[in-house]
Each structure stands twice: as structure tokens, then as C-alpha cells.
Design a protein around this ligand. Structure first.
Ligand SMILES: Cc1cc2nc3c(=O)[nH]c(=O)nc-3n(C[C@H](O)[C@H](O)[C@H](O)COP(=O)(O)O)c2cc1C
Length: 447
């Protein structure tokens, strides 16, 4: 049984309340910080922990914090990114719903380290019931003196607000989030300047994911070095993974980084194997934006090494034979699933969610969706596959924000690993419509 640092208390009935959380040792991290640590010492612990951003890119959190500009007399802001709209990823909502005070405490500690006196949780508009849970918990924290003026007599002031978005995936991109929080349309900004220099209201700003900020609490309680002992290499600590698709036990799991994909997928502690005893066809290990892995690259790398649940191992082989840990949305496909249909479905999402600022993304996602739709519906041509490849290549790297890459990568990976299935759709459309995707009886499908 792996260690749990974030979900260890979620089964406790009243953990959502201040009393329940405090009884389990809650608010000890911020008490320790205010009593005996300087902002620089908190930053040092986070650096030592090796914590990497849990929002998808895996950027080292301590390093990101150290970039924040500190001009005299200018406020700084910490924004919690609770937009969580990536298909397949549903860990942050679980954490906020089950243990809101953990996020609040993480935000107080992090705001103190960054020298912020006003912080925001930007939450996806569809999570209205979680917004209410957070607001209730924030009110409790104010009432108990953990928020507001002169927190526990320390001289440190912090106000924390929750602000809902209006249901746009693009508003999870940090600069679009900032625009949206300022009351504007959520269009990503051109960088530089980066938010650490000019973010919210043109002031220095750090944007961090929910899980990242919650992880700061166990880091302070244990110490950065102890935290870094969990995990493997540069993938330290624990990670929340949301497992979905054709597994026996879909759900949100906290793993120690570095366990094998095989253990995560097949052991009863986690996914419990493929549903209905079927064979594994493919897996998207980090949310819809990351490359799909065919069954033979899920539990093993191309070099035959065991694939691990870590930033490095999941990306081993680059995009030719690897993928990414991403935001931890682990989507599993059994032998009956259609890769073409799934790729079309993801692309439809990205087309719908493109903000439209950049032509390659606005137009390219639309073209990819159209072409995939006609292949899926039996009207495709062989030259469509070259067209698809060409369009995705022209999107990648040519947009203001990474939504373009997120739309291009799944298409590229599906074509790279499942070209025969695309061809089969074009050659045998009627069989495909009946659920025969050409590869169903392939003996190498993993059991
Ligand atoms: C289109 C798009 C959507 C994103 N959505 C989210 C999101 O819902 N939550 C999140 O934490 N990061 C999201 N990100 C990443 C953020 O831009 C940013 O990197 C992240 O919040 C930084 O936090 P971290 O360093 O703690 O990971 C998204 C990025 C893009 C390009």
C-alpha cells in the first residue's frame, strides 16, 4: 500500500469541516510557517521537495516561485487553477470536494512564501457545488483566524476569494485564466511577459494547479527532503491519477510516483485490470492532450524496460514511442474501442474549445475534425491521412498557447501507431460501422 499525503483523510466523514480537518492535524503547516519560518525558508523547502506542477507541464514549483518579480509597492497574486476541463482528468474536483481545507491551507502557506496578500481560486463554472463547499470552508478559515488581517498575530494579512469561470477549457491556460479573472474574454496572452513579471492586473502573479498547492502542506509538515524520498528520480512525491475508460475500478487514486504502469493498471489496489476480462488496446496516460500509447508500449518502453508512472518513464522514447504523465488522466481502451472515433471525439472537443485567436488552431482543429468525421463515417480517402498529418504538423508550435499542440498531438500519435486502423476504416467502412476495426483479432493485443 503506497503512502497517501493528499487523500489519506478523505474517508473521514467530517473532514470537509474545519473541526474535522483540524482534528486530523490540519492547519499545523501554516502554524509552523507563521511561528518559525521566513518566506525564503518555505521556498527552500518546496525547492528541496522537488515538487513539479501537477497541472500538466510538470514545471518545478520552487523554481517557478523564485521567478516572481518583487517591485516595491506592487501587489503580487497567487492564483489557483481549478479549471480542470481536460477530458479524462477529474482529480482536482475530487480533492476540493473532499478536502477543501487542504487546498486553503496550501494556498495560505504558498501565498505567504510568495508575499501575496490577495489570492484567488479560479474554478470551472460547472463546479458550482464545489464553489459552495470552498466558500463555506473559506468562511470557517476566516472565522478561526487563518485568513484576514494579522493572521494569528503574525502580522501577515491574506484575503482569499473563489471566482467561477464560465465553462471554457481555454480558461485553464494560465494567461487566459488571468484575462478571464480580470473580467475579459479568456484569450491567452502573448508571452513574454510571463505572469511572474506581469500577470493579474499587470502585477507579478503565480498560477498553480490545485494539487500542486495542496501538496505544499505535506511538504511543510514533513520537510522537503523527506517528501523528496517518495517517488523516483526527478518525479518526487505522490500524484493523483484519475482512471477511466474500460477498467474494473475507475476512480481517483493517489500513487507514489515511480510505481509501474502494470501495477497501476492491473492490481486490485488501483484499476483492477481491464473490464470484462477483455484485452488492452491502448491507453492515454495523461489526459486527452497527450499521445496515445498502443498496448505494446503501455507497460513497457520501446527498449523493453518496465514503464513507470513517472514524468520521465511515461515520456521515454519521446513522441515516437512515448507519451506524457500530463495532468494524470489515465484513459484505458479495450479491444472493442475505435481509435478513429476516439480521435475524432477528442478533436471535436479541441475545435469547440479553440479560442480562435490563432489561425492554425482555429482553422486546423476544424479541418481535422471534418476529415476525421468523414473517415469515421465511411467517406474517407487514403489521401485524407496525409492531409490529417499535414494539418496537425502545421498547428503544432504555431500558436500563442499550447491548446494547438494539445489538439495536434493526439491526432499525430493515433496516425503514428494506428495507421492500419485508419486505412481499414477507409477500405472497409461497413465492417467498421459494425464494430470490426481490423485489429480486433490481432494476437499481440495485451491480455
Ligand atoms: C488549453 C489549456 C488548458 C489548461 N487547463 C488547465 C487546468 O484546467 N488546470 C491546470 O492546473 N492547468 C491547466 N493548464 C496548464 C496551465 O496553463 C498552467 O501551466 C498550470 O496551471 C500551472 O500550474 P502548475 O505549475 O502547478 O502545474 C492548461 C493549459 C492549457 C494550454
Amino acid at each position: 500500500m503506497g503512502q497517501k499525503l493528499l487523500l489519506d483523510t478523505v474517508h473521514i466523514e467530517n473532514i470537509q469541516t474545519y473541526e474535522g480537518y483540524a482534528k486530523q492535524g490540519g492547519y499545523q503547516a501554516i502554524a509552523k510557517v507563521l511561528k518559525s519560518m521566513s518566506p525564503e525558508e518555505v521556498l527552500e523547502e518546496v525547492k528541496k521537495s522537488g515538487l513539479r506542477g501537477r497541472g500538466g507541464a510538470g514545471f518545478p514549483t520552487g523554481m517557478k516561485w523564485s521567478f516572481i518579480a518583487k517591485p516595491e509597492g506592487v501587489p503580487r497574486y497567487l492564483l489557483c487553477n481549478a479549471d480542470e476541463s481536460e477530458p479524462g482528468t477529474f482529480k482536482d474536483r475530487y480533492l476540493m470536494e473532499k478536502n477543501p481545507h487542504l487546498l486553503i491551507e496550501g494556498m495560505i502557506v504558498s501565498s505567504f512564501a510568495l508575499g501575496c496578500h490577495t489570492s484567488y481560486i479560479y474554478i470551472r463554472g460547472e463546479f458550482m457545488w464545489i464553489l459552495h463547499i470552498l466558500e463555506k470552508a473559506i468562511a470557517e478559515a476566516y472565522a478561526k483566524g487563518w485568513l484576514g488581517k494579522n493572521i494569528k498575530g503574525s502580522g501577515y494579512d491574506l484575503d482569499l476569494y473563489v471566482s467561477p469561470g464560465a465553462g471554457a477549457y481555454i480558461c485553464g491556460e494560465e494567461t487566459a485564466l488571468i484575462e478571464s479573472l480580470e473580467g475579459k474574454r479568456g484569450n491567452p496572452r502573448i508571452k513574454p511577459p510571463f505572469p511572474a513579471i506581469k500577470g493579474l492586473w499587470q502585477s507579478p502573479t503565480v498560477v498553480n494547479n490545485v494539487e500542486t498547492l495542496a501538496s505544499v502542506v505535506p511538504i511543510i509538515n514533513r520537510g522537503g527532503e523527506e517528501y523528496a524520498k517518495i517517488g523516483i528520480g526527478r518525479s518526487t512525491g505522490t500524484k493523483l491519477i484519475s482512471a477511466c475508460g474500460n477498467v474494473n475500478k475507475p476512480g481517483v487514486y493517489e500513487i507514489e510516483l515511480g510505481i509501474s504502469v502494470e501495477e497501476f493498471l492491473y492490481s486490485d489496489e488501483y484499476c483492477g485490470g481491464i473490464k470484462g476480462g477483455k484485452r488492452l488496446k491502448a491507453c492515454v496516460p495523461g489526459g486527452s492532450s497527450v499521445p496515445i500509447l498502443p498496448h505494446y508500449l503501455v507497460t513497457k518502453t520501446a527498449a523493453g524496460e518496465q514503464r513507470l508512472m513517472s514524468y520521465e518513464s511515461l515520456s521515454d522514447g519521446g513522441f515516437a514511442t512515448g507519451s506524457m504523465l500530463g495532468s494524470g488522466g489515465f484513459i484505458v481502451f479495450d479491444e472493442d474501442q475505435c481509435v478513429v472515433r476516439n480521435t475524432w471525439n477528442f478533436t471535436r472537443f479541441y475545435h469547440h474549445e479553440s479560442c480562435g485567436q490563432c489561425s492554425p488552431c482555429r482553422e486546423g482543429t476544424g479541418w481535422m475534425e471534418k476529415v476525421l468525421h468523414r473517415i469515421e463515417n465511411g467517406h474517407g480517402h487514403m489521401h485524407d491521412l496525409d492531409l490529417l498529418w499535414d494539418v496537425q504538423r502545421k498547428i503544432e508550435g504555431n500558436t500563442i498557447c499550447p491548446l494547438g499542440d494539445a489538439a495536434a498531438w493526439p491526432v499525430a500519435a493515433a496516425l503514428r501507431h494506428f495507421r492500419e486502423e485508419f486505412e481499414w476504416h477507409i477500405k472497409e467502412p461497413i465492417k467498421c460501422l459494425k464494430g470490426n476495426y481490423g485489429l480486433v483479432n490481432e494476437p499481440a493485443l495485451a491480455v
